[in-house]
Design a protein around this ligand. Structure first.
Ligand code: 3PY
Ligand code: MG
Length: 265
C-alpha cells in the first residue's frame, strides 16, 4: 500500500503541516496540493463541498505526494466510509465528546476485527494499492476533534480508545462551548488552559495532538508547544486575506474608500 507519510513524519517526531480546503473545486485543491503541504483536508462539514466534488478534489491532490485527508460532515459511519472509499487516507471527525462516540468513530475507519468498516474501497484501492484491504487498518489515520467542554472533561476516556491516532482541537467550537468569544486569538486564558489540558492528555496517552490555527504565527506557536498536526489557515481565509491586502494596497490611491473585510475562517 502507498506509504502514509503522515505516520513517517510522526515517527520522526516532527509536526505535520496541514492545509485546509473549503472551496468546492478540484482546481483549487490541485493548486494547493502543489504548494508543499504534508497533507490537505477536504472539509465536508463546513467546507462547501459535496461528495462528487470531494472525490474530484481527492483525485486532484493525488497528482502530488501530499496526503489526502477528509473531514466528515459528522460522526456518522456511512459518510466516513464513503470518504475513505474515495481515497482519503485519514478522517478527521467533528464533535467527538465521549468514549462511546470515539469508539464509533474509530470503528468506522477500521475493518474487522478492529472495527466495522464495510469493504468496498472503490477508488482507494486504485490510488493506494492492491493490498489496500490488508493494510488499510494500519495506514488510515483516525483523528477525533475535541471541541466541546464535554469532550474536554472526557479527554482521558476518549484518548484511551484503541486505534485512535490523534485528537484535533477545533478552537472556534471549543471557544463557544467555553462561553468565550468565537474566532478570537488562541491566547485567551480559558482557551489556553483547555488547549494545554488536551495536549498534556495526548502526550500521556501517546496520541498525536493536533490543532486548527488561523495564522502562521499561531501555527508556529502551537508547534512550539508540542502539537504534531497543525493546520495553517483555510483556503478561504488565504484567498480572502491575500485579495483584501492587494485591494487595500492599491486602493490607497482613493483615500475616501473604506477597507473591506476578509473572511474570518
Ligand atoms: C473549529 O474551530 O471549531 C473547527 O471545527 C475548525 O475547523
Ligand atoms: Mg468545529
Amino acid at each position: 500500500m502507498r506509504e502514509n507519510t503522515i505516520r513517517t513524519i510522526w515517527q520522526r517526531g516532527e509536526p505535520v503541516i496541514n492545509g485546509w480546503l473549503t472551496i468546492p473545486s478540484a482546481w483549487t485543491a490541485e493548486l494547493m496540493a502543489h504548494q508543499g503541504w504534508d497533507s490537505l483536508i477536504v472539509d465536508t462539514q463546513h467546507g462547501l463541498i459535496g461528495y462528487e466534488t470531494a472525490l474530484a478534489m481527492l483525485q486532484a491532490i493525488s497528482t502530488t505526494q501530499v496526503i489526502p485527508l477528509a473531514r466528515s460532515a459528522w460522526n456518522e459511519p456511512s459518510g466516513i466510509m464513503k470518504l475513505l472509499d474515495a481515497g482519503a487516507l485519514g478522517i478527521i471527525c467533528p464533535m467527538v465528546n465521549n468514549r462511546k462516540e470515539a469508539e464509533a468513530f474509530v470503528g468506522a475507519c477500521r475493518y474487522a476485527p478492529l472495527g466495522y468498516r464495510s469493504a468496498g474501497p472503490t477508488r482507494a484501492a486504485l490510488y493506494a494499492g492492491d493490498d489496500y484491504l490488508l493494510k488499510a487498518n494500519e495506514s488510515i489515520i483516525a483523528m477525533a476533534m475535541i471541541e466541546t467542554v464535554e469532550a474536554l472533561n472526557n479527554v482521558d476516556e476518549i484518548m484511551s480508545v484503541p486505534g485512535l491516532d490523534a485528537v484535533y482541537i477545533g478552537p472556534t467550537d471549543l471557544s463557544i462551548s467555553l462561553g468565550l468569544k468565537p474566532g478570537g486569538a488562541l491566547a485567551q486564558p480559558l482557551l489556553t488552559d483547555a488547549i494545554d489540558t488536551v495536549l498534556k492528555a495526548a502526550l500521556r496517552h501517546h496520541v498525536i495532538g493536533g490543532i486548527h490555527t488561523s495564522s502562521t504565527a499561531d501555527a508556529l506557536a502551537m508547534i512550539d508547544k508540542g502539537f504534531r498536526f497543525v493546520t495553517v489557515m483555510t483556503d478561504t481565509r488565504m484567498l480572502s486575506g491575500a485579495a483584501n491586502q492587494a485591494v487595500t494596497a492599491v486602493k490607497k490611491i482613493r483615500p475616501s474608500s473604506g477597507s473591506s473585510s476578509s473572511v474570518p475562517y
